[in-house]
Design a protein around this ligand. Structure first.
Ligand code: ATP
Length: 339
């Protein structure tokens, strides 16, 4: 197994910069997740590591080896795509063995490895079936199995669960986590899905317009976002942003951020900010409520169940507020803001 290191990697398509000066050091055996809006360069970065795109600028290392000039087939990485094309005329066992056969692995070893991976993924009863006879989740497991059977140094996964329905996605996500704990193969995983990112990532990388915005554990990024882009990307509904004049004694020239779960809805009392409820979305355990507060619309996560049109009091505790530079979006420490 091997870690993955990117040093100032920049990738362009014509004049369009898809990946800009990205430096990451992914230690051997860790599970890292790349996340960011559509078009931010996630897939380009993954395809660069796979060797499907040559490194245009910067350096890429797998373990101790700089692989800028090493072709994809010699990199010993396995990629799992969203559109996992299994060979429809081959059985599950043959699909699993195909890559090993192409690499000239002897039949006895192939069989042993296929049995091992089938056992690992619960595919043993399906080995004789054709892909057309399998459910979407089973097909996805075969696709994963095809990658695992090779025991690569690195796994690259590009939204591998996005074709599954939500229940199957939850199951397969949990399975991926268990597999990683067992195999400890360095993994770089691309997703749009916040739950996948938060639950799978040992380290989460948020990208925007080709650039890395922040790297850290999901908890760190959620609670200590480096900037407004990271703050608005994590959390559902996302963090609310307000102009500075919303806090009477607050700092003058900042954007205030507050998460929906930090705002409290109460019965309106004198001197309190009042808003009008515009949307109510009961989810069972909590309710998502949109409140119009003067010119600003806020999302609140609450245990109460207000009605649309109701006038409510809002508490925005200063201890839960974040402050951002109004132009650059960088997060400001409170002492910097006040002091
Ligand atoms: P998504 O989440 O939608 O898959 P992404 O974050 O993976 O997006 P990329 O696919 O890496 O983004 O694309 C990054 C940028 O590079 C985009 O602006 C995209 O239009 C551009 N791009 C990607 N592939 C090509 C290509 N083959 N030719 C030209 N431009 C490309």
């Amino acid at each position: 197994m091997a870690g993955v290191t990117l040093e100032q990697v920049t990738q362009r398509f014509g004049r369009q910069v898809a990946v800009a000066e990205v430096s990451l050091r992914i230690p051997d055996g860790e599970f890292w997740v790349l996340m960011g809006p559509s078009g931010c360069g996630k897939s380009t970065l993954l395809r660069t590591v796979a060797g499907l795109l040559p490194v245009q600028e910067g350096r890429l290392w797998l373990g101790e080896r700089c692989v800028n000039q090493v072709p994809a087939r010699e990199r010993d990485v396995a990629m799992v795509f969203q559109n996992y094309a299994l060979y429809p005329h081959l059985s599950v066992a043959e699909n699993l063995a195909f890559g090993l056969k192409m690499r000239g692995v002897p039949p006895a070893v192939r069989q042993q490895r296929v049995q091992w991976v089938a056992e690992l993924l619960g595919l043993t009863p399906l080995l004789g079936q054709k892909p057309g006879q399998l459910s979407g989740g089973q097909q996805q497991r075969v696709a994963l199995g095809r990658a695992i059977v090779r025991s690569p140094q690195v796994f690259l996964m590009d939204e591998p669960l996005s074709n599954l329905d939500s229940r199957l996605r939850d199951q397969t996500r949990a399975e991926l986590k268990r597999l990683h704990q067992q195999l400890k193969i360095t993994t770089l995983y691309v997703t749009h899905d916040q739950t996948e990112a938060m639950t799978l990532a040992e380290q989460l990388v948020i990208m925007h317009q080709g650039r890395v915005q922040q790297v850290g554990t999901p908890q760190t990024l959620y609670h200590q976002p480096a900037n407004q882009i990271v703050a608005s990307f994590l959390g559902n509904p996302p963090m609310n942003f307000l102009p500075a004049w919303f806090l009477p004694n607050g700092p003058p020239d900042v954007t205030i951020g507050i998460r929906p779960e930090a705002i409290r809805i109460t019965t309106p009392e004198a001197g309190m900010r009042r808003g009008q409820v515009t949307v109510v979305e009961p989810l069972g355990d909590v309710t998502l409520v949109q409140v119009q507060l003067e010119a600003v619309s806020l999302w609140v996560k609450t245990q109460t169940l207000p009605t649309v049109g109701e006038s409510v009091g809002l508490l925005l505790p200063a201890s839960h507020c974040y402050y951002f530079h109004p132009q650059t979006g960088q997060r400001l420490e409170l002492k910097t803001v006040i002091g």
